[in-house]
Ligand binder design. Sequence first.
Ligand code: LLP
Length: 420
Amino acid sequence: MEPFTYYNSELYVEDVPVKQLAEQLGTPLYVYSKAKIVSQWQAYNEAFSGRDHLVCYAVKANPSLAILNLLAGLGSGFDIVSVGELERVLLAGGDPGRVVFSGVGKTAEEMRRALEAGIHCFDVESEQELERLNQVAGGLGRQAPVSLRVNPDVDPETHPYIATGLKESKFGIPIETAASVYHRASKLPNIKLRGIACHIGSQLTSIEPFLDSLERVLDLVGELGDHGISLDELDLGGGLGVTYLDEEPPDPDDFVVALMEQFQSFGSRYQRMKFIIEPGRSIVANAGMLVTRVQYLKSAGERNFAIVDAGMNDLMRPSLYDAWHPIVPVTQTDDGNAVVYDVVGPVCESGDFLGHDRALLLEPGSLVAVLAAGAYGASMGSNYNSRPRPPEVLVDGDSYRVIRRRETFEDMVATETVAT
Ligand code: LLP
């Protein structure tokens, strides 16, 4: 489904005109389509039908309580990387029994809280973490459910900052040494081995790296089985990409079907395993936009700048990864000639831009929408330059709800004090 469409030259999110939202709530403003989020999650879930599985939405992509609550209502599991994300899931009504805890730096306190909450599994990323978890679980008189996150050394062919499955990455346990860590884990009294996990990167647009890592991981599962360590779960992480410009990643359902085909080809030995995936971006990215208003137009040398009221603190991806997001007018007009602009924010950094070389027909006061901003947009936002975070709105058909109000100055300084 396409959540954003033009009708009579006005951009709509589902059945709500973006212009109306901008006028009522001000800009900058994040807007999400509920139907798109639901359909993306369901596409994953339905493609697994008939097989024991869990779709764990990666909270970091967009941790809005309303979005977590929406997904919890569908029966989603959650992939978390901090105790803060766990508390969000719980506050939003998520089931702790469907939570997997990833991340390279879990503290003892985080482990304790997650054990008390009764999460489904810890994806453990090093031997030291395993030992610490064993100790913490022992202190609580519990056994910690564990999958080891292995690093399969597969090139995901994505931006280096979001590639995690290569040998030189900080993530996971190198696949060559994983067997010995499994043997160690199997002897620890407070560890209950559940399965194996891997995550090789984000914004992957081809399925091959996933199939390669599945193959490597299943080889290891077989090898461990031969040595008496039998694993019940296989977590392939997240990472499926979306279209920002002209990428053509598979749809979630085609992606799962291809994974399952490869999985079946490994034979009946593995068929009882539960399959977990942790998609984030592919559920929310194309369900969200950042709406911003042009403040000024100016030219300098050869370049034309459209200075808008959203900056790198609101959407960091262009500045951080040189990521390309579509930028479109909220109201289409053919009254004039488009000019090629650098669309830039008000933040005092030359790297503060939302897009370079965009042909747009603009005047001061025009509204533009930065698309595909539902994932890693609001979640990576900051108060840099003492700018309040924008509000977030969830559209459902012809109605909408403000799911986060605009931050105030008082919110921004609430935890500070003047030293005397
Ligand atoms: N599972 C694990 C263990 C992860 O580290 C991640 C993402 C995911 C799942 C979800 O991956 P996804 O399906 O969203 O690709 N800020 C970057 C993306 C960082 C991804 C980090 N890990 C960006 O804006 O592109």
